[in-house]
Design a binder for this molecule. Sequence first.
Ligand code: PLP
Length: 450
Amino acid sequence: MDKLDILRLDRDHVWHPCTQQKDHESLPPIPIARGDGVYLVDVDGNRYIDGVSSWWVNLFGHNHPRLNRALTDQAGRIAHHIFAGFTHEPAVELASRLCRLAPPGLTKVFFADNGSAAVEVAVKMSFQFWQQTGRPQKSRFVSITDAYHGETLGALSVGGCDLYREIYRPILLEGFRVQGPDCFRCPYGLHRDHCNAECFEHLERQVTATQEQIAAVIIEPLIQGAAGMRIYPPVYLKKLRTLCDACSVHYIADEIAVGFGRTGRMFANEHAEVSPDLLCLSKGITGGYLPLSVTLTTDAIYDAFYDDYAAQKAFLHSHSYTGNPLACALAVEVLKIFEEEDVLAGLHPKMALLQRQASRFESLQHVGEFRRCGMVAAIEMVQDRETRRPFPWQQRRGLEVYRQALARGALLRPLGNVIYFMPPLTIAEDELQTLLDIAYEAIVAVTSVP
Ligand SMILES: Cc1ncc(COP(=O)(O)O)c(C=O)c1O
């Protein structure tokens, strides 16, 4: 197929995610032919640095020799088989490695095949736990404003991004939504590097007052990704763990985006030295090769489901591709690469490079903040720096930065007025510098227009 055929068939038959299809009239999708390290290469041979790890999934670059080999080795044995009544080596190796690596106390692994499904599993497990331990009234979930946990109905129900959920509100589950941290526009006039998460008072008040109705609090630890890479301090999570213990409420940590090294540690909860009751992981788990997700939990939760069949306490959640061997083999290889190539230690110079950019970007008239957590950095563009007034969303300044960056050879998919970097962890320093330079030029080009 040539490029025009691909674009014609795409236009005629394909409905893309998170897209107003009409936008393709002026900005058609880019047909990608292959990947090469941190680069996506299109059918014309143009190269784009994948500054967002292809929706936060890619960890070690595209077309990775070790991952390619792990995939083909496993394909030569078996691609998939039923996971009820059967098991396989990649799944058990992955589960045991994850339990060793994860925050203490997480001993059991339930498999699913995407992030939203992992959240559904966590929500259903928590609900059913309370049903089966004599407190059936604990059936509601607490989340914070602008939270994002996926887009299936259960995951949307515990989310807080109106952009994705407002139209579906009549068919969502009812829960409690509480004001979360907003460090860029902190109502307390504090800074995330020095505060004591004073804003935690909202969550504390809600959970304390309604604890008898609450099954769990769900949160994205340290970075609220889809909300615009909002970064908040670890002390918030410490307080959350203490509160959940005091009120007999589960803490569900959604590390789907931030797990696997993005924050500079293997898991974001490590920064706060806390363990959740349920931990959701996906995205980077297979290095960005295949869909897979897991929900880790504790013996205490697992034991509430373990009984004679007649007691009818089993957790009956199943997906056809549960525990897919290809995906599990990739995930095992990902964990071996982390260990054998000391990936986390290699992040330090790159995190320092990112941090050194703060003053460069913040000197721009329309940059309100440059923020960073680990290997994730974000630039919030504003119309007015003094008041932090945002550019009106209708102006779509972020989309303009996206266009400008593409023309310069980088994929920087914005979140509204926020331009962010979440590159593959293995990006080289010179590639990272190029990505930052392109972002700088693109932002200057877009914000110098009134
Ligand atoms: C924090 C978080 N939770 C859940 C999800 C949903 O994952 P998926 O898109 O695989 O359903 C995402 C996806 O971006 C996410 O960032």
